[in-house]
Write a protein that binds this ligand. Structure first.
Ligand SMILES: [Mg+2]
Length: 297
């Protein structure tokens, strides 16, 4: 029966030496020739069976894709370019080679779209469920990394796409907004940015806390996804889904500039103070508290 060694041998056939990683795969560590002027940005993210995906429903390709795309979305949030990734897979005992290959190909295909090379990793089987961890290495590539802490009072708050109901499938199929993030950073003053993994109610609170500002969100201006309307049947409003669901992986950012609505929707404004306030369609205002429910699967 093929084992870990065979899987690694197969992975080696998938990797080609490149300008960034000139040494063929198969050594103890990968060697990267990092462009001299570039800052190195590093992040790691894991997806777990039963939390971020359901292996009885989702295909290994979908799971692999999601595992790396969450990291690629973090690259978008910082305005950097992904360059390389290392991956670990902990798979339930008895997982076949074909399944692992599909998982790997899901990761690789999504990485290839952004020239992000898989330069190393580790795999092991264990009695637990499937867990995939991707560490991403990004490069600044001419753009100063955009943090969460740069927003000032009286800046507009923007979002790059409609929100809510990602559980219907978009949490697996989203496209990391890397190109859009780089375009925005080149053409406008983007003062703070985050990718929407946990929902506006949580993610905007991160920007506010790190930037030491408060934020108004205008319910009327919020782009609501058709999926949020579909998921209303659970008794919550579409607006509620758009505000809290998470895993939209659109970008949420602040800017003193007027950005055309074809690029991003203005959904509110920062103010001197703290907290996130929702202005309802009838003009009434209330604190926007993060909800505690699980939004994945
Ligand atoms: Mg993030």
């Amino acid at each position: 029966m093929p084992g870990e060694f065979d899987f690694i041998q197969w992975i080696r056939t998938q990797q080609k030496p490149s300008e960034l990683a000139p040494l063929p795969a198969g050594d103890d560590l990968a060697i990267l020739k990092w462009p001299e002027k570039d800052l190195l940005l590093v992040g790691v993210d894991q997806v777990l069976d039963g939390v971020h995906f359901d292996s009885t429903v989702h295909s290994p390709r979908q799971i692999g894709r999601k595992a790396i795309n969450r990291n690629l979305s973090d690259c978008a949030a910082m305005g950097c370019l992904p360059a390389a990734a290392v991956v670990t897979i902990a798979s339930p005992a008895g997982t076949g080679m074909d399944y692992l290959k599909e998982l790997y190909l899901g990761i690789k295909e999504a990485g290839d779209k952004f020239n992000c090379e898989i330069v190393g990793g580790d795999t092991a089987s264990w009695p637990g469920k499937l867990a995939v961890t991707v560490t991403i290495l990004g490069r600044s590539a001419g753009i100063k990394p955009i943090t969460r802490s740069g927003a000032s009072p009286l800046e507009a708050i923007y979002v790059t796409g409609p929100l809510g109901g990602s559980i219907l499938g978009r949490h697996l199929t989203f496209e990391p907004r890397i190109d859009l993030a780089r375009q925005l950073a080149k053409n406008f003053r983007i003062t703070a940015m985050i990718d929407l993994s946990d929902g506006i109610s949580r993610d905007l609170a991160h920007i506010c806390r790190e930037s030491d500002v408060g934020a108004h969100v205008w319910a009327k201006q919020l782009p609501v996804h058709q999926d949020a309307i579909e998921t209303r049947r659970d008794g919550r409003s579409a607006l509620d889904h758009a505000l809290h669901d998470g895993e939209d992986y659109e970008l949420l950012f602040t800017s003193p500039d007027k950005i055309p609505p074809t690029i991003a929707a203005a959904i509110g404004m920062t103010f001197r103070g703290s907290g996130v306030i929702l202005r309802a369609s009838d003009g009434s205002e209330s604190p926007l508290a993060p909800h505690g429910w699980e939004h994945t699967l």
